[in-house]
Ligand binder design. Sequence first.
Ligand SMILES: NC(=O)c1ccc[n+]([C@@H]2O[C@H](COP(=O)([O-])OP(=O)(O)OC[C@H]3O[C@@H](n4cnc5c(N)ncnc54)[C@H](OP(=O)(O)O)[C@@H]3O)[C@@H](O)[C@H]2O)c1
Length: 329
Amino acid sequence: MKGIVYKDFGAPKDSLAVEETARPTPADNQILVRVKASSLNLADYMRFIEPVMGKEMSPMMRNMDENVIHALGKVLGVDVAGVVEEVGSDVTDVKPGDEVFGATPMLIGAWAEYAVINDGDLYLKPENLTFEEAATLPAAAQVALSEVRLGDVKPGQSVLINGATGGVGLFTLQVAKAFGAKVTAVCSTHNIELVKKFGADKVIDYTKEDFTKSSDRYDCILAVNGYATLEQYRDLLADGGVYIPVGGMQQSGEARQRGKECFEGTGKSLRSIGFAQMKKEYPYIKELAESKAITPVIDKTFAITDIAEAIEFAVRNHPQGKIALSMNF
Ligand SMILES: NC(=O)c1ccc[n+]([C@@H]2O[C@H](COP(=O)([O-])OP(=O)(O)OC[C@H]3O[C@@H](n4cnc5c(N)ncnc54)[C@H](OP(=O)(O)O)[C@@H]3O)[C@@H](O)[C@H]2O)c1
């Protein structure tokens, strides 16, 4: 089968190639999917950010690829939407011919004609979505749902989302609204109408106003993108409020290093989200999509053979929602 293989460290145009690779064989608890579409997540392209910007890849990123993900020489990609080709003997939820969406194990393996997915990491595709739309859901909508659940968001509560307009952010906004929250979305000027369209009750344009200076207080803060210090987030919380660092290297790093001391004894809490430990809720995500509680937003769709351009676009721009990939080799 054909796949996008990660040949070497460097910029995507030099390090990614379409190659013939062995079609994977599903284990007893796995499903082989003929991939129709995928989408980009930061986990796919964080390794390329420095090379695209003309910098050396950091030792931390090299170590991640070499010793944690073991990505070199492999097919990249996380999100999958496609058609079940074959199922392992223990699989009962889906059968050959079913249209499905899901995420590959260990953050690699999706950008090929076929991918294997663990049972429980995929489900029937929402019927109202195209393969490209469904492929935006697995990682990003799963993260969004998990953060809103972790924040224990209840109807009428006030939620601040910093970075409300990217792949994870727009799903976060929609899930928080589906849970009945009053949402304040932080974004730049050109995204104001977009977040209003998806239900933001209040918008803070970070190019004009510093949200950390607001006198409003929030029951939950979901920090998806952008940056503020731990102390700034903590002080914006109402009594008993919860801060959840979802993304942004710097704010996630600070939360790990000093989160405990910063929140201890304040009556407020910091709760961290880990993709690997997340409870998988694909059937509920399908329900949310079919009831139109969440609607994928695709900034741009690329053919998989244009993967280098897709990644460069993601790195150099602030995409609205997701970048989709059509799997036509
Ligand atoms: N995708 C996943 O599966 C996943 C899983 C776990 C964690 N995460 C984390 O979640 C974070 C967001 O991921 P993503 O896929 O949503 O990223 P993304 O799609 O690249 O986010 C882009 C958005 O970030 C906004 N943004 C950029 N700078 C900002 C700033 N200074 N303040 C507020 N917003 C800003 C931009 O909006 P404007 O144009 O309005 O600036 C843009 O719409 C990442 O750090 C990632 O590690 C992602």
